[in-house]
Write a protein that binds this ligand. Structure first.
Ligand SMILES: *[C@@H]1O[C@H](CO)[C@@H](O)[C@H](O)[C@H]1NC(C)=O
Ligand SMILES: *[C@@H]1O[C@H](CO)[C@@H](O)[C@H](O)[C@H]1NC(C)=O
Length: 174
């Protein structure tokens, strides 16, 4: 009797840690555990960004870095995300009108962020191409239903890539 209860408690505790989203969590489920795994920017510096220019420079290269998106950043841009990055939302970390674009990137974690209203010029809220070991967790994607279907692109688009998406919400998309 004692042993199964302990095992269950351990499982619950493990999932609790995942949803609390420590900024250094690594992926433990799905495709992102393959190969060398997905630890994002763990081990690198932590940078908190609150502007579009700060975000662009924090995610551009392939240097391991934890990028904390604090509060709402609005803009009209497609931001190229390099390898070895954790992009973590804090204080309702919300990108409005800013698409994230992964192209030949690997080992990227995007968690606890909110993405909305990215115009189709900037592709999807998150566009992932030719990339591997990507973990998207606890992410909220939305647009609105006030425009036709080509005003915004999709919410998340994955092509020729290997990605784990979990605990996320896609809504208000025409
Ligand atoms: C990711 O970071 C590791 C460790 O610093 C490095 O060996 C690897 O080359 C980086 N990946 C890319 C695509 O630069
Ligand atoms: C994606 O990367 C490839 C190879 O580096 C490049 O040829 C292509 O132009 C990039 N695509 C975009 C949309 O940046």
């Amino acid at each position: 009797m004692f042993l199964p209860k302990t095992a269950l408690y351990f499982l619950a505790a493990t999932y609790g840690v995942v949803s609390a989203a420590s900024i250094t969590d690594v992926c433990i489920v799905g495709y992102c555990t393959l190969g060398s795994g997905t630890s994002g920017g763990k081990g690198g510096e932590t940078v908190t960004v609150a502007s579009l220019t700060a975000l662009i420079s924090a995610v551009a290269d392939n240097t391991p870095r934890i990028v904390v998106v604090s509060g709402t950043i609005s803009g009209a841009a497609k931001v190229l995300v390099g390898s070895n990055k954790s992009i973590i939302g804090r204080n309702s970390g919300h990108l409005v009108g800013i698409g994230l674009f992964l192209n030949h990137s690997s080992n990227v974690i995007i968690r606890n962020t909110i993405h909305s209203k990215v115009l189709s010029t900037y592709e999807d809220a998150i566009t992932i191409k030719y990339s591997t070991n990507v973990w998207i967790d606890h992410v909220d994607f939305s647009n609105d239903r006030d425009h036709d279907k080509d005003y915004y692109d999709g919410l998340v688009d994955v092509t020729r890539a290997s990605v784990s998406i979990q605990n996320s919400r896609l809504h208000k998309h025409p």
